[in-house]
Design a protein around this ligand. Structure first.
Ligand code: GSH
Length: 239
């Protein structure tokens, strides 16, 4: 467990990118925790009781108290365990820089994630193409954000990984899997060179190597889910 009486339990399921964010934050802080795998078809009493509003993973349970929503959990971990790990904070110390970092985390959640989801969950080819268009626009915006936030340093957080790195880093395997499934580049070396180099650098961190789901596995998982969704849609159209 986390030490000095702290008990941490993570309700998760492979290969959720939102769970990956929390695993990254816990790993960066060097915190140990119990991983409790969830069945999202038959949700456990523990999940339903811990996240009664959204009923989604991840949930972090700290000494019996649940914290929900991956971006909030990551910030909670940083604030609850300020001295853990190598000592580097995920949130900047300066209030203005904290606000800027939180803005970009919200941008990833509100713009990047829904566009990425639409690239493979869109009901028609047009919806998927529109998702890809919006995703590439978000990538272009994030390329500028990386330039401004990093100020020539390796990460959004500067010399060390910050909350924006964790928010976007948790999605890297899925972005790569989507590139393979869609047959087009998202973190394109030519159109978004800083972001492409950042993704490579982030993926090489020890914590990322341990935690990021294997890309081929994610591709297989996504194909399986898409086939299931297509079969369910076909069955529904017959009724
Ligand atoms: N905004 C949420 C998204 C979490 C989410 O979508 N979790 C999915 C798994 S990847 C889930 O629990 N789905 C179950 C459901 O929707 O019933 C977060 O960042 O934590």
């Amino acid at each position: 467990m986390a030490g000095s009486g702290d008990e941490l339990m993570l309700l998760g399921k492979w290969p959720s990118p939102f769970v990956t964010r929390v695993e990254l934050a816990l790993g960066l802080k060097g915190l140990s925790y119990e991983y409790v795998k969830q069945d999202l078809v038959n949700k456990s009493e523990l999940l339903l009781a811990s996240n009664p509003v959204h009923k989604k993973i991840p949930v972090l349970i700290h000494n019996g108290k649940p914290v929900c929503e991956s971006s909030i959990i990551v910030q909670y971990i940083d604030e609850a365990f300020p001295d853990a790990g190598a000592g580097a904070a995920l949130l900047p110390a300066d209030p203005y820089e904290r606000a800027v970092a939180r803005f970009w985390v919200a941008y990833v959640d509100d713009k990047f994630v829904p566009a990425w989801v639409a690239t493979f969950r869109g009901k028609t080819e047009e919806e998927k193409a529109e998702g890809m268009k919006q995703l590439l626009a978000a990538v272009e915006t994030l390329e500028g954000a990386l330039k401004d936030c990093s100020k020539g340093k390796p990460f959004f957080g500067g010399d060390t990984v910050g909350i924006v790195d964790v928010a976007l880093g948790g999605l890297i395997s899925w972005v790569k899997a989507t590139e393979l499934l869609a047959g087009s580049k998202i973190f394109d070396e030519e159109k978004a060179p800083l972001l492409a180099a950042w993704a490579q650098r982030f993926g090489e961190l020890d914590v990322a190597e341990k935690v990021l789901p294997d890309v081929d596995g994610v591709v297989e998982f996504a194909k399986m889910r898409l086939a299931e969704a297509a079969a369910a849609a076909a069955a529904a159209s017959k009724n």
